[in-house]
Design a binder for this molecule. Sequence first.
Ligand SMILES: C[S@@+](CC[C@H](N)C(=O)[O-])C[C@H]1O[C@@H](n2cnc3c(N)ncnc32)[C@H](O)[C@@H]1O
Length: 208
Amino acid sequence: MTSQHYFEPRPKAAHRPGLVRVVLPDVYLELATDSGVFSPGRLDPGTRLLLERAPAPPAGDLLDLGCGYGPIACVLAARSPGATVWAVDVNERALGLCARNAEAAGLRNVRVAAPDDPAIPGRFAGIWSNPPVRIGKAPLHDLLRGWLSRLAPGAGASLVMGRNLGADSLHAWLEQEGWSVTRLAARSGYRLLQVSPTIPERTRGDSR
Ligand SMILES: C[S@@+](CC[C@H](N)C(=O)[O-])C[C@H]1O[C@@H](n2cnc3c(N)ncnc32)[C@H](O)[C@@H]1O
């Protein structure tokens, strides 16, 4: 069972190369996929909602948390050539695909990294994520707590999640943790949340 999760560090599934075309008004990309990574057969509808409706990426260090084969990282990099997009994932097969896809698309501003890579900067000018809900609620909360705390002053995070996977309870939890949360868009059961700091970092999470 565990070997079939898309968040397995080293997927054991036999390789099954595929291709996903990302067609947006401003970006067209052909991305290689494989078995053992998230949504290898099509651009995930939640990811599409995020790419269509999230705020435009600024320059600076940006984070795609849980990059998979790289649809978010590559689109951010294409939209903001002055940014360095850190594409982070635990799944080595996903990291390999993301690196290959960025290179094939000529996106030299994508940096692929495992979460513990010391090269990853301490602060981000923005975070974009279709987060790994299936790791479980407590691990997801820990994951988000850790990475959201690395938002630079004035920066925000765009998170997309399925309603049936807990988007509304995540929204409530983020507010409890002291974040300001706006629902930017909702479509086909997905919610796009924009998260930004409201209170000084040192007091965030103290209400728990
Ligand atoms: C829902 S998928 C999204 C993939 C890709 N961004 C997309 O939109 O197609 C979530 C990703 O998070 C990754 N992930 C799971 N646990 C993680 C962790 N602790 N740190 C970083 N990424 C993680 C999974 O391997 C998976 O690729």
